[in-house]
Design a protein around this ligand. Structure first.
Ligand code: GLU
Length: 390
């Protein structure tokens, strides 16, 4: 409890954004779009000026902007009704073109070029596409253009979508090795409980690491216009901090919310891990949905912690319909996630060899298989910094 008490201390955190070299800024729909009147141009102008100022100081900025669906609804006059999936997708098509134009104009007035990137879940979850997306975004940055990123909502269906831009922004930030992710939200940071429902909720200025207690504070509720609530923000924090990216949650409604951070307005800062995962392992650690789960015994859990591969002998249970090369989560006997990795076997074969000694595997499989279920080069194990292996 000592740790939680320390986090409750009302010490404001002072921060200059100038020390960050690559910053991803995520903007929620409710900040940019008013249901009745459409785009909030003055607010966007002021934010673009903030971005221009940071860029002039030498930082590279990536914008992850929501608002396509909300803006499309307003333009099409659909603001009142609940939309079917294909209607949201059509609204996103109309909204995105206006949104991207508005960003391009606003950044242009601050001397910045911009380029639109629309991502689909597979673009970050499949390794080859991840590398392609990363190459394009880094080329844009080299050309001094600000990437303006959103989910490709017009083609995303429920099974293959991020669904919220918080986790999308974290995936982009870590893919690009950003040192800071700023989530501009309709709430000014993390509280011990949802403040709208609990008058005793205390504000947390600093989160040293995302513990199960911190996760419990997030609850599940989202605000009306955006899909992401505190839950998806904490998930974003886990992805970001595990890869060494600090994260800020702050209120975006005020004008110039990035300047406001530097003026000392309220925000919650999530510190990056002191042992961040690197390179290829960043991609593994940040995978949004593991394709399956392997439950291991105590011995295997210990071996993983000391940097060993996961052998079939230590696997107690196999679940999910995964293929060789998919990301699976590794669970301790008590069900806690302790690691993630790329599995060397399809689920059917993993089931057949779970619990077997390496010498027995070939006989059962009828071919010469790999001795490890997950090789240590393909494993990301939670360390003292990350409660669940992120
Ligand atoms: N991609 C959605 C949009 O632009 C927003 C998703 C979210 O609210 O997080 O409308």
């Amino acid at each position: 409890m000592g740790e939680v008490a320390a986090m409750h201390a009302p010490t404001a955190v002072r921060l200059s954004l100038k020390s960050y070299r690559r910053i991803t800024v995520k903007i929620g729909s409710a900040l940019l779009v008013d249901r009745a009147t459409g785009l909030k141009r003055d607010w966007l102008e002021a934010l673009a000026a903030d971005v221009g100022r940071l860029a002039a100081g030498g930082a590279e900025i990536l914008v992850v902007s929501s608002g396509a669906i909300a803006l499309g609804r307003t333009i099409l006059g659909l603001s009142r009704k609940a939309l079917k999936l294909e209607e949201s997708q059509a609204a996103a098509a109309v909204g995105q073109i206006a949104l991207a134009g508005a960003w391009s104009d606003a950044l242009g007035r601050n001397g910045l070029k911009s380029g639109q990137i629309l991502l689909t879940l597979g673009d970050t979850e499949e390794r080859r596409r991840y590398l392609n997306a990363r190459a394009t975004v880094s080329t844009l940055l080299k050309m001094k253009a600000v990437p303006v990123i959103n989910e490709n909502d017009t083609v995303a269906t429920s099974e293959i979508r991020y669904g919220d831009n918080d986790r999308l922004a974290a995936r982009v930030a870590t893919m690009m090795g950003a040192d800071l992710l700023v989530l501009l939200s309709d709430i000014d940071g993390l509280y011990t409980a949802p403040p709208a429902r609990d008058p005793n909720a205390a504000f947390l200025p600093l989160v040293e690491r995302i513990t199960p207690e911190i996760e419990a504070m997030a609850g599940g509720a989202a605000s009306e216009l955006s899909r992401g609530g505190m839950r998806t923000k904490i998930d974003a924090g886990k992805i970001a901090t595990a890869a060494g990216t600090a994260m800020i949650i702050t209120a975006g409604q005020r004008m110039s919310p990035l300047s406001a951070i530097e003026r000392g307005e309220r925000f919650t800062l999530f510190k990056p891990s002191s042992h961040p995962v690197k390179g290829y392992k960043t991609w593994i650690a940040g995978q949004l949905e593991p394709a399956g789960h392997l439950t291991v015994d105590e011995g295997a859990a210990k071996a993983l912690n000391s940097g060993k591969s996961l052998l079939p002998a230590g696997v107690k249970r196999v679940s999910g319909n995964f293929s060789r090369g998919d990301t699976v989560a590794i669970l301790a006997p008590d069900g806690r996630e302790i690691a993630r990795g790329l599995v060397a076997y399809d689920a059917v074969d993993a089931l057949r060899i779970a619990g077997l000694k390496s010498a027995e595997i070939d006989n059962v499989l009828g071919y010469h298989g790999r001795s490890a279920m997950i090789h240590r080069d393909d494993l990301v194990v939670g360390d003292a910094d990350q409660a669940d292996g992120g």
